[in-house]
Design a binder for this molecule. Structure first.
Ligand SMILES: Cc1cc2nc3c(=O)[nH]c(=O)nc-3n(C[C@H](O)[C@H](O)[C@H](O)COP(=O)(O)O)c2cc1C
Length: 178
């Protein structure tokens, strides 16, 4: 049985993205890690931040097969919290002692959970994740996007949510829009 975990990067834990990932996590019975609760600082060329929460978090994530990245769209892009985390993946490429551990990402599949106030998800948002997965040798399992223009409401999204959850369980590959 594949193991799945989620990380959320939003400026509020219990906002639209938080509610959506919690709904998905409840069905999948998985842990959701809040990047806001972690001390992870921006990428540092000198690696003076090597002892912050990034490496322990990665050790934990790497024990799972599927990693769900949950982020709102902020200015056509991922949230700042998620971007700081993604930037830190560069530690695996630039710290010699971490390169082996970084290769562990090649066996992982990434999924994307997003919210915004638009029906369609921006390519700029999606591509920054999928290109990162590709660069790191990770698989991309698909994504789900919820339009929260009228507030958080999934009452018309039960089928799409069920399909996304099924997709994670099966490991297929087609993005969904709701
Ligand atoms: C700083 C900021 C920037 C935003 N930029 C966009 C955007 O570019 N496109 C969009 O559709 N919605 C945008 N929104 C709306 C959010 O994506 C939307 O309300 C989202 O569901 C918020 O999720 P949260 O509650 O997890 O923060 C933005 C909101 C904020 C606070």
């Amino acid at each position: 049985m594949k193991k799945t975990i989620a990380i959320i990067g939003s400026s509020r834990r219990n906002g639209n993205t938080g509610k959506l990932i919690d709904r998905i996590a409840l069905d999948l019975n998985i842990e959701v890690i809040d990047l806001l609760a972690k001390d992870i600082s921006a990428f540092d060329y000198e690696h003076n931040n090597i002892d912050d929460d990034f490496l322990p978090l990665m050790d934990h994530l790497l024990k799972h097969d599927n990693i769900i990245f949950a982020s709102p769209v902020y200015w056509f892009a991922m949230s700042a919290q998620m971007k700081v985390f993604i930037d830190r993946l560069s530690d695996f490429l630039s710290v010699k002692a971490l390169k082996d551990k970084g290769r562990g990402l090649k066996e992982k599949t990434g999924y994307i959970v997003s919210t915004s106030i638009s029906k369609e998800i921006d390519d700029s948002f999606l591509d920054s994740f999928t290109n990162t997965f590709k660069y790191l040798g990770m698989g991309y399992g698909g994504g789900i996007h919820l339009n929260c223009k009228q507030g958080y409401d999934t009452k018309h999204s039960d089928i799409e949510l069920a399909n996304f959850i099924e997709k994670i369980n099966q490991g297929s590959n087609k993005p969904l829009m709701i």
